[in-house]
Design a binder for this molecule. Structure first.
Ligand code: ADP
Ligand code: MG
Length: 724
């Protein structure tokens, strides 16, 4: 590491070595950028131009927005260490070709180059024409390896007029065969003056408040700063802008809906819900549930359409909140629907809501694709007349033939499974000129940073607190044969006490290369094999004294049903399954979840598997068989809260991504990095909220450039109001 010494005297221009003199500052002329100059084409030879176009670079503006991917060491010649790969800038003193003995190899080119500090010999391979191109006096930027004894082997090179590399670091760019990172570096240095033409979209008040550099300064820092801290400050400035624009777009769309649409205000005396909450519930609400009900009640009382996302894991008690919102409509003589993505879910909701309504006299119907014709006709008639206050169902609820007398509230379960069209269809079911209040629900806990990006146009409520009586599941990480034997003994104890156990087996063999379409089936077959082998092993060995059944995706439908029924009915003690148990099986008597090769599953999958136990009154166990070193498995042992696990999952995925092993699908940003930039995101969100509150259309003069940047960054998307 070499360090750069900054002169301690007086202020320095950001990301530059120039000192700022007071007189110069006072005499600085006022200057406006001319962004049209950024549209000038890059001056390149035909081959380099083609390579540049391949990278999306055709104008000077494109070039300046081509941000570095990493940073490389920059050195003065005298500071080069033997064996080190670095970038230097030096002037050619002498240059000559040297023949090579080996056949098929082109002559080497050797040059003597020097900078202010020293002189060295550099070698270019396979490019004899350089002798004519790099005449003495040419300034070069050279990237390569220093072999020691004043000898440097060049891998990339370009002519430069500018001092691109000092004594710290230089940028490294995404490049292609015809245009190296080093060449881009030289081009960038040549275009540096054009940074003055870059427009600043952020309002001055925001920049001052956040102490952010201006856009040209940030780009200069990202491209040219020698100090990592300065480059990072520049990156954060650009990341802030990116996050801010995204949040602005989301909030702008929300504001549009709020301005354009009206909902029925449900603000009368809660004669029904008051009574129901006070005495009609079979349990006491958790603090989170009470807070959610209060927030939602307040929103429903207004004419501004509610658009809220209720997040809570399976079992966190979302249904009672959904029903509260629906009953608010009913007590005003209006209607409410709950729409679920599948018939099974709709039926489950219907049953749960019936139970929760208890003794209250409220009409409720179920409408799905398989509702018989006569029943359907009856329900449609009653929805049309208003006789039916509440309806639960699937997409069948928003089909064209369905009309409501006065739809005021809609609950959408697993909202990500419905498209924009379906949400718009729901809107259209409200009386003319009105839209429903909408409560979205999801059981997928996602980290707050992602929630702000993915659902930033919705208000959000989280249920973190599990309902009283729910016991945390005791989770253990089991490695090695001794621990395994002890774990089996512990399971047998549970079984002898009358409890039941799941054993889940993932695919163990490495799946073959995914051939088109066949991979899913191959994996499913392999998983079935793994589960079958384990089933046979356990039934004949560890659990020979117990009743063991097998369940996997390759079994006949009838056999699957039989296995599930045997386990649910208590006739089987152990269910050995491939990962299919992940979906809908509710066995309150099961108190043990065993996961084989647990490291093969993701955090959220494991957390969901674990949620299969702990549903009854018995204390439950989750035994994860896997390596002690796995941070994901450790996270499950240490945390019960799905939201906390989602945060950890995201952080671990990011790490995986940095070392290039795993894909997370969250890198939608150019400069922002989540979750690391989470705090930046929160601040950007805060500013976006303030700006939109003061100027929802961004029509104020100080927001003109912001509106342009928003349109440029997000296109039409930025201007479309959201549905439901
Ligand atoms: P979710 O829809 O979020 O998965 P549910 O609303 O179905 O969860 O609730 C899960 C179970 O917990 C249901 O049996 C419900 O009646 C019960 N429940 C909900 N809230 C509470 C509470 N505050 N105290 C005790 N049990 C509750
Ligand atoms: Mg539910």
């Amino acid at each position: 590491m070499t360090t750069t010494i900054i002169e301690a005297t007086g202020p320095r221009a950001f990301a530059s070595r120039d000192r700022l003199e007071r007189a110069a500052l006072l005499g600085a002329p006022v200057r406006w950028p001319r962004p049209s100059l950024l549209a000038a084409p890059l001056e390149l030879g035909p081959k380099a131009a083609e390579a540049a176009a391949g990278l999306g670079l055709s104008t000077v503006g494109d070039l300046l927005e081509h941000l570095p991917r990493a940073r490389r060491e920059a050195r003065s010649i005298d500071a080069l260490q033997p064996g080190e790969t670095a970038t230097v800038v030096a002037e050619v003193r002498a240059i000559a070709g040297r023949p090579v003995r080996r056949r098929g190899m082109r002559p080497l080119v050797e040059a003597t180059v020097s900078d202010d500090t020293a002189t060295m010999k550099v070698t270019f391979f396979n490019q004899p024409w350089l002798v004519d191109r790099y005449r003495p006096g040419t300034r070069l930027v050279l990237h390569g390896k220093y072999a020691g004894r004043a000898s440097f082997r060049v891998s990339h090179h370009a002519v430069t007029e500018e001092a691109v590399a000092g004594h710290g670091e230089v940028s490294h760019y995404a490049a292609s065969v015809g245009l190296s990172s080093t060449q881009i570096l030289a081009l960038m240095a040549g275009a540096r003056d054009r940074l003055d033409e870059v427009v600043e979209p952020l309002p001055g008040r925001l920049r001052a408040g956040e102490r952010l550099a201006d856009r040209p300064g940030a780009l200069a820092a990202v491209h040219f700063a020698e100090l990592p801290a300065e480059a990072e400050a520049g990156r954060r400035r650009l990341a802030f802008e990116e996050l801010f624009l995204t949040q602005l777009a989301l909030l702008h769309r929300r504001a549009r809906r709020r301005a354009d649409a009206t909902a029925t205000s449900l603000g009368d005396e809660p004669w029904l819900t008051g009574r129901w909450l006070a005495g009609g519930l079979p349990f006491e609400l958790t603090g989170d549930q009470r807070a959610a009900i209060e927030t939602i009640g307040g929103e429903l009382a207004g004419a501004r359409p509610m658009q809220r996302l209720l997040m809570g894991e399976v079992g966190s008690g979302k249904t009672v909140i959904a029903l509260y919102a629906m009953l608010r409509a009913a007590e005003h003589g209006r209607q409410a629907v709950l729409m679920a993505p599948t018939e099974t879910l709709a039926e489950q909701h219907f049953a749960a809501i019936q139970r929760l309504i208890g003794a209250e006299n409220v009409t409720l119907g179920l409408l799905t694709g398989s509702t018989p014709a006569a029943r359907r006709a009856d329900i449609l008639a009653k929805l049309g007349s208003g006789e039916l206050a509440l309806a639960v169902g699937t997409h069948a609820l928003i089909e064209p033939g369905v009309a409501f007398a006065g739809l005021a509230v809609a609950v959408v379960d697993e909202q990500h499974r419905f498209g924009v069209r379906q949400r718009a269809a729901l809107d259209a079911k409200a009386p003319a000129g009105l839209v429903p209040h909408v409560l979205h629900m999801t059981a997928t806990p996602i980290p707050r940073t992602l929630a702000l990006c993915q659902h930033g146009d919705l208000d959000q409520t989280r249920l973190r607190e599990l309902p009283r009586g729910r016991r945390p599941i005791d989770t253990h990480l089991i490695s090695g044969e001794r621990e395994r034997a002890r774990a089996y003994e512990r399971i047998r104890e549970e079984l002898r006490g009358g409890r039941q156990a799941f054993v889940v087996c993932p695919l163990v063999e490495e799946a073959e290369e995914p051939g088109a379409g066949s991979w899913g089936r191959a994996a499913s077959l392999a998983e079935a094999r793994a589960a079958t082998v384990e089933f046979e092993r356990l039934a004949a060995g560890e659990f020979a004294d117990f009743r063991v059944v097998l369940l996997h995706g390759q079994m006949h439908h009838r056999d699957k049903q039989a296995a599930m029924a045997a386990f649910a009915g208590g006739e089987a003690d152990i269910l050995v399954a491939s990962s299919v148990v992940e979906v809908g099986i509710d066995v309150p008597n099961a108190s043990v979840m065993v996961v084989e090769n647990a490291e093969r599953f993701g955090i959220s999958q494991l957390h969901q598997l674990r949620g299969r136990v702990g549903r009854g009154e018995h204390p439950s166990l989750c035994l994860l068989f896997g390596p002690k070193s796995s941070p994901r498995l450790r996270a499950l042992v240490d945390h019960a809260d799905g939201f906390a696990l989602a945060e950890i999952d995201l952080a671990l995925r990011r790490e995986g991504e940095l070392i290039g092993t795993r894909q997370s699908g969250i890198s939608q940003f150019r400069t922002a990095r989540l979750p690391e930039d989470g705090e930046l995101l929160e601040r950007a969100r805060g500013w976006a909220e303030r700006v939109i509150a003061a100027d929802p259309d961004l029509s104020a003069p100080e927001h003109a450039l912001l509106a342009l940047a928003l349109a440029a960054a997000l296109g039409e998307e930025a201007d479309r109001p959201i549905a439901a």
